[in-house]
Design a protein around this ligand. Structure first.
Ligand code: PMM
Length: 281
């Protein structure tokens, strides 16, 4: 299957690398918002120096069980960081489920919208995307973080996720979004057990068969921590020590023709992607 690209973004001829910039109190725990904002911008600049093609700025933690910030709080977190990084020339994505946050982030220079709810959380968001006509990531989602793991029930996770994504794609097209603006994402860890995540990764071709560019976010997620659990204690490997495993997933996903990988450590995944591209050339 030929590689697919959404219009209006870089096309380096290999899988893209999206660096994660989380602007949430739990990611920068030692100070107030100003500090969090400065730290997030500085972190984004490091990811860009490491070669990130896109930086994804998000102000809402989607960890299972997390509470939602207010719109005002999300705007306060995200906007200064989007503005600074876009001003520095970066291709900035905003990770939000809210139309208002997406609209203000686009005004501040963001060039794509990463909606982990796939248009379900805020019906105004697909309508906004139809007006803005910028790339739009539609992720598989079954509800907000607070109760999401209770929804991790599937007949066949891969066919169910593909079917539910198809419904979101149809809704996006019906809202007036052009097909060449859409990206799909199986939503690893969102209402998924570790076993579900592995099945989705092993059958990515069925997600690619939706005919749209695919984004995958496996970086440092707990299903990797489980595979790398301490053989003696059985304790999962802590998140910061999951980057080599993340890079291994990146190789396999890039070899499957995934359009973009959303990761915390850009260096290791960019190396993985460059080797995979050369291997397949
Ligand atoms: N995962 C997280 C946040 N945003 N966006 C997309 N498109 N895909 C993902 O898998 C995804 C996402 C949660 O991960 P984090 O808390 O480590 O950022």
């Amino acid at each position: 299957m030929p590689q697919l690209y959404p219009s209006g973004l870089p096309r380096p001829g290999r899988t893209l690398v999206m660096g994660v910039v989380n602007v949430t109190p739990d990611s920068f725990s030692d100070g107030g918002l100003c500090h969090a904002s400065d730290a997030a911008v500085a972190h984004g600049m490091v990811l860009l120096e490491q070669g990130a093609d896109i930086v994804d700025v998000g102000g809402e933690s989607t960890r299972p069980g997390a509470a939602r910030p207010t719109v005002e709080e999300e705007l306060r977190r995200v906007l200064p960081v989007v503005r600074e990084l876009a001003g520095a020339g970066a291709t900035v994505s905003v990770d939000t489920m809210r139309a208002e946050v997406a609209a203000r982030a686009l005004e501040a220079g963001a060039r794509l919208v990463n909606d982990v709810s796939g248009g379900l959380a805020d019906p105004a968001l697909p309508a906004l995307m139809a007006r803005a006509q910028v790339p739009y990531v539609v992720m598989h989602w079954r509800g907000h973080s607070a109760g999401m793991q209770a929804n991790a029930v599937y007949d066949d996770v891969v066919t169910d996720v593909a079917d539910e994504l198809r419904l979101r794609i149809d809704a996006a097209l019906e809202a007036g979004i052009r097909p060449d603006r859409l990206v799909v994402d199986p939503g690893l860890g969102f209402a998924k057990t570790a076993e579900h995540n592995w099945q989705l990764l092993g059958r990515l071709d069925e997600i690619r068969a939706l005919g749209l560019p695919v984004l995958v976010g496996a970086s440092r997620k707990s299903f990797l921590g489980q595979v790398l659990a301490d053989p003696v204690t059985g304790r999962p490997r802590p998140a910061p020590l999951r980057d080599t495993a993340t890079a291994a997933v990146s190789v396999l996903a890039a070899a499957q023709g995934v359009w973009c990988l959303r990761v915390h450590d850009v260096t290791s995944t960019l190396d993985a992607v460059l080797v995979t591209a050369r291997w397949g050339a």
